[in-house]
Design a protein around this ligand. Structure first.
Ligand code: SAM
Length: 198
């Protein structure tokens, strides 16, 4: 199972955002939703081999994490507004208790942030996408079962960096240019697809 983890430093963990001004009212959930689309949706449906996590670290309800399972999720459409509408409904659900609670088919929510994701990795090798890190094309990696952490428009803060260092996440780079999170996910997915097809 491929796992893509997108960490939103200010991304709102509750549904009080405007669909008409998503970028301005949600702590940049728009960045996370475009990255989600790149991680999970392909031309004719969903990636069956991928789980995507949105780690929401913004607002009074944070931290919370929403998990999307490409093998089980239904009715995910590529439009940002449609994804924002779906996420609003998911965030309105209660998420007390330990671990991920199912909200809809293939979609679950949990209290907690990066630590909650780490506990859910099931032994997958962790990697962190970092500008300037050794190039993904030059290092061995687990193309089928890796867990890949991606920052938002702000990158990673010190606390998340420390959590990733504690699990010895391997830094990987995607080339010399710092790209948007959604493009980083698309480039990574393509690299993994190519390796998995070999
Ligand atoms: C827009 S970038 C973050 C930029 C932010 N200003 C910073 O300094 O970290 C969003 C995320 O995409 C990933 N990313 C972007 N370009 C990358 C590259 N060339 N190599 C590896 N990861 C990259 C990283 O995970 C980064 O945190």
């Amino acid at each position: 199972m491929r796992r893509i983890v997108i960490v939103g430093q200010k991304a709102l963990a509750s549904p009080e955002y405007s669909l008409d001004d998503l970028a301005g009212t949600s702590g940049r959930l728009d960045v996370l939703l475009r990255a989600l689309r790149a991680a999970l949706l392909v031309s004719h449906g969903l990636r069956q081999d991928t789980m995507a996590y949105l780690v929401l670290l913004g607002g009074p309800r944070a931290p919370r994490t929403v998990r999307f399972d490409g093998a089980a999720a239904r009715f995910l459409r590529p439009e940002e507004r449609s994804l924002a509408t779906l996420l609003k409904k998911v965030l309105a659900a209660t998420s007390e208790g330990a671990g991920f609670a199912p909200v809809r088919p293939g979609i679950a929510i949990a209290e907690g942030g990066v630590g909650t994701v780490i506990a859910d990795l099931g032994g997958a090798a962790p990697y962190v996408l970092e500008e300037g890190a050794p190039d993904v094309r030059d290092i061995p990696l687990d193309a089928r079962d890796g867990a890949f952490f991606v920052g938002d428009h702000l990158g990673f803060d010190g606390a998340v960096r420390a959590q990733l260092a504690a699990i010895h996440a391997t830094p990987i780079g995607l080339g010399p240019v710092s790209v948007h999170a959604e493009d980083a996910v698309a480039i990574l997915a393509n690299e993994l697809d190519r390796r998995a097809a070999r």
